[in-house]
Every structure is written in structure tokens, then in C-alpha cells.
Design a protein around this ligand. Structure first.
Ligand code: AN7
Length: 359
């Protein structure tokens, strides 16, 4: 099993995690992700203290690895041979990788045709069995819950309804506080199945309980307008959004997300696909950060609330960018300027650029 020369996430935050002496200390190098001050992006949006938590820097390119390492370690400890999840893509990529490391059978149930290309390839490359179903994430989650409850073929469910997933994801809140030396004023985050917002809130509360921080942030969650059940107050039968990661109509962690919102004095609001794609572009072009569309929901929401005068320009704001832009090359291609064609000569390149030769 993999260990690492440097301290791992489980080493660093083990005292806050549900580990026993018998839990294997797995690692693919998850966590320890950058928190960067986005000065140009912040200036463009009139925010002086805008920070980005780059969760795309995790080993499989999303925040899911923080929870998956704990869930898989505990599954191995319990003697599991097989794990299963439903996914909009990132959970399956992470389960496939950690399952491969641990030598487990990995089954992933995915909504057919609605998974970003890179995520599907990650699961396939790691040797997971991919089941594509005609139905959305919510239907797939119903299937895997029942699959994990049957007894003919024992299989451990590693969706975020597995509490070890949420426990592992609390470590991102710890890192934010450790890097800033305090809690932020606002923590903005995309909301899909609503596990991550629940995990951050649990993490901030645990850290304050341990005396590591004095204050708690307001949690601002953002759903895509076509997949905004928490904002609407009822499930959405046919969720639709360009941000396929959060194309979820009936979030499993609905109640804990609402509690996080209310206890923190925060909010959960919707952003349109247009707002998401504009923020996605701005993050790449003004901050140098290529995130996936769902991740940009946090940025889009902060931008909209700042523009509406609902956010102080000097507030310490952390936007969680949950996944890497390379996972979804098709969305990126749709916004890309075409390459400029030229011969492999300096005059040709200069002509293609419209540069004049100096006489
Ligand atoms: C990039 O992979 O639900 O609110 O099955 O991939 O904790 O669900 C992914 C969710 C945000 C939403 N950003 O987090 C899955 C899955 C990205 C994501 C979310 C997801 P939750």
C-alpha cells in the first residue's frame, strides 16, 4: 500500500479524523492544496481580499480525494473487497484511483452521456467497471444505495452518504484556516449533492471547538440555476446545467447544507450557466487558474453578490475551486480562440501575428 516520504493528509489531521490504530495510512498525496490570493481577478470584481482554494491540485484533480482516502482506508480496514459509487464524474475518478491503490474492485454508476470526458477516462484508466445508466445522478445514487444494501455481493458505498467521506473533506477547512491564520469572513462553494458545504461547516466548527480559530465564516453555497433544489425548496426532476458536476436534483446532504447555511448566517443561491461560464473564463484569464465549470459557480456567486452590494469590498473571501479545468475539455474548447496557423519560420509567424518587419 502506498505511503509517502512527506507527511500525508492523514498524518497531519489524524487527530480530527475517524481513524483507528488499524486503519491503513493510505495516500496518493491528497490535500495540502494551494490557497492563492487572486489580486487581478479580485481587482476586476472590486474585491481586495479574494482567495482561491485550488482543490483541482489534488491527485485525481478534485476535492473528492480528501474524503475518498478516508473512506477507502476504513473500507480496507473493515475487510472490504469491493466499493461502489454513483457519480457526476469526480467521485468516480477518485474512487477508481484509491480503489486501484488499495487493490479493490471498483464499480461506478454514471448518468450516460453526462460525464465530462476527462473524468470518465480517469475511471476507465484505473480499471473501474463503468456502468452507464439512462437516468441522472439522483437515479444512479438510488441504485447504488440499494446495491450496497443487498447481500449477494458485499460492496461498500463510497458516496458522501458514507460519513468517512464527509470527515475527510473537513480537512480542507482546516487547511484554509492554517494558511490564513484565521477563518475567512466568507467561504464560497459550489453545491451539488451538498456534502462538501456540510463538510466545511463541520470542519470550521471542529477547529473552533479545538481552539484553533476564534471566529466562523459565513458559508455561501451556489447551485446552478437549472439544478437548484435547495434554492427552490423542492427536488428538481430534470436538472440541467453546463456544470455537469453539480447536475443534481435531490441532494443527499440537503438538511446538513441548510443547517450550514443557517447556522453560519450564510446563504445558498443560484447562478446561471452564463454567469458560471463568465467566471470560469475570468478565473483562467485573470487569475491563471483553470477550474472546471462547476467550480466557477462559487466565483460567479461571489461576483454577483459583490456587484449587488451584498459583499464588503475588503471582506476576506475564499472561493473553493473544487475541480480541475482539464477534466472537461469540451466545455473549454467551446470558449477557446482558434489557433493561429503559420509556417515554422519567423517571417510566417510574424506575418500571422500581424507584426511588421522593421526596415
Ligand atoms: C467539481 O462526483 O457529486 O455538493 O458525483 O465534482 O459535495 O456534491 C461531484 C460534485 C462541486 C459538488 N464541484 O459537491 C460526484 C459529485 C465539483 C464536483 C461538486 C462536485 P457536493
Amino acid at each position: 500500500m502506498n505511503g509517502q516520504a512527506r507527511p500525508t493528509l492523514l498524518d497531519r489531521y489524524g487527530s480530527f479524523l475517524p481513524l483507528t490504530g488499524a486503519t491503513p495510512r493510505l495516500s496518493l498525496g491528497e490535500g495540502f492544496t494551494p490557497l492563492v490570493h487572486a489580486e487581478r481577478l479580485g481587482a476586476a470584481w472590486s474585491l481586495s481580499n479574494l482567495w482561491l482554494k485550488l482543490e483541482g491540485c489534488n491527485p485525481t484533480g478534485s476535492f473528492k480525494d480528501r474524503g475518498m482516502v478516508v473512506a477507502v482506508a476504513r473500507a480496507v480496514e473493515a475487510g472490504a473487497r469491493s466499493i461502489v459509487c454513483a457519480s457526476t464524474g469526480n467521485t468516480s475518478a477518485s474512487a477508481a484511483a484509491y480503489g486501484a491503490m488499495a487493490g479493490l474492485e471498483v464499480l461506478v454508476v454514471l448518468p450516460r452521456g453526462k460525464i465530462a470526458a476527462g473524468k470518465l477516462l480517469q475511471a476507465q484508466a484505473a480499471g473501474a467497471t463503468v456502468l452507464a445508466v439512462d437516468g441522472n445522478f439522483d437515479a444512479a445514487l438510488r441504485v447504488v444505495r440499494e446495491l450496497a444494501a443487498q447481500e449477494a455481493h458485499p460492496v461498500t458505498l463510497v458516496n458522501s452518504v458514507n460519513p468517512h467521506r464527509i470527515a475527510g473533506q473537513t480537512t480542507a477547512a482546516f487547511e484554509v484556516c492554517d494558511d490564513l491564520g484565521r477563518a475567512p469572513d466568507v467561504l464560497a462553494i459550489p453545491v451539488g449533492n451538498a456534502g462538501n458545504i456540510s463538510a466545511y461547516w463541520a470542519g470550521f466548527r471542529a477547529y473552533r471547538g479545538a481552539g484553533r480559530i476564534d471566529s466562523l465564516p459565513r458559508l455561501w453555497g451556489f447551485q446552478a440555476q437549472g439544478a437548484a433544489p435547495i434554492v427552490l425548496g423542492h427536488p428538481v426532476e430534470q436538472p440541467e446545467t453546463v456544470a455537469t458536476a453539480i447536475r443534481i436534483g435531490n441532494p443527499a446532504s440537503w438538511a446538513t447544507a441548510v443547517a450550514a447555511r443557517d447556522e453560519s448566517g450564510g446563504l445558498i443561491e443560484a447562478v446561471s450557466d452564463e454567469q458560471i461560464l463568465a467566471a470560469y473564463r475570468d478565473a483562467a484569464r485573470l487569475a491563471g487558474v483553470f477550474c472546471e465549470p462547476a467550480s466557477a459557480a462559487s466565483l460567479a456567486g461571489v461576483r454577483a453578490l459583490r456587484a449587488a452590494g451584498r459583499l464588503d469590498p475588503d471582506a476576506l473571501v475564499v472561493c473553493v475551486l473544487t475541480g480541475h479545468g482539464l477534466k472537461d475539455p469540451d466545455t473549454a474548447a467551446g470558449l477557446a480562440a482558434p489557433a493561429v496557423e503559420a509556417e515554422a519560420t519567423v517571417p510566417s509567424v510574424m506575418a500571422a501575428l500581424g507584426w511588421q518587419e522593421r526596415r
